[in-house]
Structure formats: structure tokens, C-alpha cells
Design a protein. Structure first.
Lengths: 102, 516
């Protein structure tokens, strides 16, 4: 499976891990990951891009949709394990203004 | 899975032995099927055309036309429809059986016949026929839908092309290449000359491709052409476009864009880059370049409260070239799936080639890289040359296109009782004031000021209501009840607005007087 999610022990942090291409084809899978959390309401989100090889503007769009879902400006979303290429994409689109990027 | 009873079928049986014919007929009729009997291959073909059976049993060895030839003809008569042909055979050698299948036969039934085997075969083929029919029906539906979709897209495309028209792109200082994945392009390129003679160009790349992406270009294009034509500043135009896209596009759909305002007389360019790859200003004198990096979020992501329209200003010289492109250039893939990439672009930029050929060199290299593969993304590349003085003159706005904008003016509007009862003049006035480029960005403040002035004149001046009534919640309702009654009874009254606007060195002065 290309996208998987796991809830932390205290149910406060949802980690979504993307494996492979992160683009328009991931749309439904990505959304399901945070919409179908049954046990608990996460307050923090962690998008792990360790195994993501490619990210396009649709992926940026999906992150904005997650941000809106998680409370817009109040959302606490961290994007972790970004490769230098992925960091560059976030930098070009100034997404570090909206997300914590590591 | 449950097996449905196949129901009654019409079955054609071609068999030259009368005894076998009789046995098969009685077995089929016992299972409730309608049976058409013939004695040789030729009458089988005729009967097939006349009675359109659902299933055909053919003996292999028959007089006139044999079973194998009859199967061939029947298969070709049935066209796209699946009408199973089952050979009745006592043949045991594999080769003869293979010949039967080659002729289009679907299965065999060996003599002596067995009722259970016969019924199961009929059931199986009946199911196969159903599946085939469903599939054929779905295929027809899909191709019909596809045809409709293309027709609709073509109509929409005509509307789209009128709104996102070429504007000033025909100018010879601009060269551009744009490819589209579908009928619609997710990239948009617009250019227009302002009343003051500045060239405004915007290159935008919407999230995704095709129709959803193209929809966003409509508000972008209409706002861009409308405002550039009226002489608004780059910052005002960006704000307005951002606001429109933020309000109308769903979250997750946005537009990476570079917008430039180039004044060839003053030799300066203003650049706003939100989300596009670095723009390049390639110098004529030195064959070196400066990068304009994206420093903003794309258009349509932030509300106007957080949106920043600050631009980078660069000095231009004759012969310089300004280049911009969408990420489709970097991400263009070859057959092996490798991207064209940053390094290949830098190689061209660092080549020291004359500025005029950089554009064509990048385009050539990208196209060679892609080869004949399907393109991954919309690819857009734009080059704007800084022309020499003679050609700058040609860029001056034509007198016909200049719609003009408000500079020095006065306006007086008097509303008498009948109008005061029903009409709110504020949006009309704000509309007029917005024709002044410098005032538009303050229109929300002006709206508040005008609204206060108007309400004071009407409620306290004309209707004589005291604000003190509103000091309690109950009084608040009372106040508006009195206001309503007062307006209904109003006969002799007026409110007058007077506006005076003068343009000055660095802006202008608007004087507003409201009285009764």
C-alpha cells in the first residue's frame, strides 16, 4: 500500500506515511487516512515523506486540504523526512509558511 | 455465486440423422427451450438468418455444407453479437476437434447426449452471452459518453478561449510555447498593455490538469484583462486575482504564477513570483543571468488578509531577456521516465549563449529529451525581450484600446424621499470610486466611512432619531422600528453626496461631503 497511517499511543498524533509517487493518484487514499480515524481525534498530524519519491502540485493541494480539515490556521501539521528535492518544492511554493517542514 | 436459470432460449439444431435430431429435440424441449430443426448445413445458415437463435448446435458431418463451413458462415453473420456454436460430435481425435474450434465453434457436445451435461452447457453459454451483452452495452455507453464529453469540452473551450484570449501575446517581444495534455491547458499565459504603456504578463500553472485546472483561469483572465486595461497597479491586480481565486476555487486548487509589469521606457521590470520555478533575467551585455526566486505562496492559497503582493524590481537594458516557465519543463520525462531536470536547464543558462537563443535552446533540449513519449505535465516556456527604442514606440497603447480611468472629477448625487425609502446608494458610489486606480485598494475602508456618513445623515439628520435610544437591547429594536416607520412616512427630504477628486504627484485627494 502506497499510503498508510498510524495513530500514536495517546491518540493525539496521526502519522501518515507516503510511499512512492505522491500525486493525483494518491488523492482518495490520502484523504481516507485522516478521515477514517475511528479511535480518537488527533490534534497533531505528521506527514512522513521518507519513502516518497516524487511530489507534484496535486500533492501540495492535498496537503492544503488536510490543513483545512485539521483546523486551517490552527492546524498542527509537520512534514518530516523531506528529501532535498522535496524540500525545494516546498520552498518554491513557500509552503513552509503553512507547514512545519523537517 | 448463485447460478441463474437461463430461461427459455431459441435453439437452432442442425443434424442430418433423424434419430439424433429427435433425441436432442426432446431433451431441449424438456428443459423448456424453443427448438428449430434443420437437416443440413445450408439450411442451417438460412434458418440462422431467419429465426435469430440464441444458441446453435451443429453436427460436424452433414450433407450440402458441412458443420465446419456452416459455423464459419454463421459466426460471420452474427457480427459483434456472441451466438455460441456447439458442435455435436462423435469425433474423438484431437485434430478434428481443433479444426472445429478454428472455424469459430465454441464447444463440443459428445454423443451419446446426456441431459445434465446438455443443461449445464446451455447454462454456461447463456451466462457468457449475458456477460458479453452487458459488456457490449457498456462499451457503447462509454463511447457515447466520451463523444458527449468531447463535444461539451469543445464548446467550453470556445468560451474559455474568448475569456483567456491572446491579448497582447501577438507582440513580437514575446515568444512562448505552451502544450496541453487535454483540450484544456492547466497553464495559462496572458499579456496586456496598460493605458500607461506598461506590458503586463502573467504565467500561471494551476494544480492538476485539464478542465478543473482550466476553470480557474477564467476568473484569473477576466480580472487580469479588466484591471490592466483600467490602469491598476501590479499589486492591486495580484490582490484582486488572489481574492477571486481564494473565494472561488476549492481548497487544494491553486495557481502557481509569475506576474510581471514591464515598463520599457523606464527600463524596469516588477516581478511577483509565487510558486513557479526561478524566473531568469538574462543579460545582453555579459551573457550572465539573475534569478528571481519564488518568495510567495501561490495565488488562491491565502486570504487577502495574509496575502503579500510585494514585488522585486529589476533594472533592464536593451537586449536583455526575461524568461519564465512552469515546472512542466523540469519535470518533462523521457521514455525511460527520467526528468529533464534542473541541471539540464542550468547547462543552457551557463552556456554563455546570446540571450536571444536561450529560449529556443531550452525548448529544443526539452523536446529532444521528451522524444515521442506522452507528455506528463503541461509545459510552458515564455521569453520576453527588451526591445530597442524604435520598437518601444510600437508598444505604446493604441488610442482605441484606452478606456481611460478617472483622474480629476466631481460627482454629486441627491437622493430624495422616494429613493431613500428603498435604495442603498453605497455600492453604486463604491463602484464609481473604484474607477480611480489609487482608491480601489481602499474601497473597503471607504465603504465603511461612506456607510457611516450616510446612515448618520439619514437616521439622525433626516429622521431625527437619537443614538441614545440604542443604549439597551430593547432600545436597539425600538430604534430600528422607529427608523422603519420614519422612512415609510417620509415625504419631503433628501441626502446629498458630493465627491471631489484631484490627482496629485504621489496619488490624489478625495473630498467627500454628505449633507441633507
Amino acid at each position: 500500500m502506497a499510503i498508510s497511517s498510524s495513530l500514536s499511543a495517546d491518540s493525539k498524533t496521526l502519522t501518515i506515511a507516503v510511499d512512492g509517487r505522491f500525486d493525483a493518484s494518491s488523492l482518495d487514499e490520502f484523504r481516507k487516512c485522516y478521515e477514517d480515524v475511528s479511535n480518537g481525534v488527533p490534534v497533531r498530524y505528521n506527514v512522513d515523506l521518507k519513502n516518497a519519491v516524487y511530489l507534484d502540485s496535486s500533492a501540495l493541494g492535498m496537503l492544503l486540504v488536510l490543513r483545512d480539515y485539521a483546523g486551517g490556521e490552527a492546524a498542527q501539521i509537520t512534514i518530516t523526512n523531506c528529501s532535498p528535492e522535496v524540500k525545494k518544492i516546498f520552498s518554491i511554493s513557500s509552503f513552509e509558511q503553512l507547514f512545519t517542514i523537517q | 455465486m448463485t447460478v441463474e436459470s437461463p430461461g427459455a432460449l431459441k435453439i437452432l439444431v442442425a443434424e442430418d440423422s433423424a434419430a439424433d435430431r429427435l433425441i436432442l429435440q426432446s431433451m431441449l424441449q424438456r428443459s423448456g427451450h424453443e427448438v428449430v430443426l434443420v437437416e443440413d448445413g445450408e439450411s442451417a445458415i438460412t434458418a440462422f438468418s431467419e429465426c435469430h437463435p440464441d444458441l446453435v448446435f451443429l453436427d460436424v458431418i452433414m450433407p450440402n455444407v458441412n458443420g465446419i463451413e456452416a459455423a464459419r458462415r454463421i459466426k460471420s453473420l452474427s457480427g459483434d453479437e456472441l451466438i455460441p456454436v456447439i458442435f455435436l460430435t462423435s469425433l474423438a481425435d484431437a485434430e478434428s476437434l481443433a479444426t472445429c474450434l478454428d472455424a469459430g465453434g465454441d464447444d463440443f457436445l459428445s454423443k451419446p447426449y446426456n441431459q445434465i451435461v446438455l443443461d449445464s452447457k446451455i447454462k454456461a453459454f447463456s451466462r457468457m452471452r449475458e456477460m458479453h451483452r452487458t459488456l457490449a452495452h457498456q462499451k457503447d455507453q462509454i463511447s457515447l459518453h466520451n463523444k458527449h464529453l468531447i463535444q461539451e469540452q469543445n464548446v467550453a473551450k470556445q468560451v474559455f478561449d474568448k475569456i483567456a484570449h491572446a491579448g497582447a501575446l501577438k507582440l513580437d517581444v514575446i515568444r512562448y510555447y505552451m502544450s496541453a495534455l487535454a483540450v484544456f491547458n492547466g497553464d495559462v499565459l496572458l499579456a496586456e498593455i496598460s493605458p500607461r504603456g506598461s506590458l503586463f504578463v502573467v504565467l500561471g500553472d494551476f494544480t492538476g490538469h485539464g478542465l478543473p485546472a482550466a476553470i480557474g483561469s477564467m476568473p484569473l483572465a477576466s480580472t487580469f484583462y479588466g484591471m490592466v486595461g483600467k490602469g491598476f497597479s501590479l499589486a492591486d491586480i495580484l490582490r484582486e486575482i488572489n481574492q477571486k481565486l481564494y473565494q472561488t476555487l476549492p481548497i487544494g486548487l491553486f495557481c502557481c504564477a509569475t506576474c510581471v509589469d514591464i515598463n520599457f521606457k523606464k527600463n524596469r521590470i516588477r516581478v511577483w513570483n509565487g510558486g513557479l520555478p526561478d524566473n531568469i533575467l538574462y543579460r545582453h551585455k555579459t551573457h550572465t543571468y539573475e534569478r528571481v526566486r519564488s518568495s510567495h505562496l501561490p495565488l488562491g492559497v491565502l486570504s487577502n488578509r495574509d496575502f503579500k503582493a510585494d514585488v522585486q524590481v529589476l533594472h533592464l537594458e536593451k537586449g536583455d531577456h526575461f524568461l519564465m516557465w512552469s515546472d512542466g519543463i523540469q519535470e518533462a520525462r523521457n521514455r525511460a521516465g527520467d526528468m529533464f531536470g534542473e541541471d539540464n536547464i542550468n547547462a543552457v543558462l551557463d552556456s554563455g549563449l546570446p540571450p536571444a537563443v536561450i529560449y529556443s535552446q531550452i525548448l529544443k533540449n526539452v523536446q529532444e529529451h521528451i522524444g515521442s513519449t506522452e507528455k506528463d505535465d503541461d509545459i510552458s516556456l515564455v521569453d520576453i525581450a527588451v526591445p530597442d527604442d524604435d520598437r518601444v514606440q510600437a508598444l505604446a497603447p493604441q488610442s482605441g484600446m484606452r478606456n481611460g480611468y478617472l483622474e480629476d472629477w466631481e460627482l454629486s448625487l441627491t437622493l430624495v424621499a422616494s429613493s431613500l425609502k428603498t435604495f442603498n446608494p453605497l455600492s453604486l458610489l463604491i463602484h464609481v470610486i473604484s474607477e480611480v486606480p489609487g482608491l480601489r485598494q481602499n474601497s473597503s475602508v471607504l465603504y465603511t466611512v461612506l456607510s457611516e456618513l450616510f446612515n448618520n445623515a439619514l437616521e439622525h439628520g433626516v429622521l431625527g432619531l437619537e443614538s441614545s435610544i440604542k443604549s439597551s437591547p430593547a432600545g436597539f429594536a425600538e430604534y430600528y422600528r422607529l427608523r422603519k416607520e420614519g422612512l415609510e412616512a417620509l415625504t419631503e427630504a433628501f441626502v446629498r453626496f458630493e465627491f471631489r477628486h484631484e490627482t496629485r504627484q504621489n496619488g490624489g485627494m478625495l473630498t467627500v461631503t454628505v449633507g441633507r
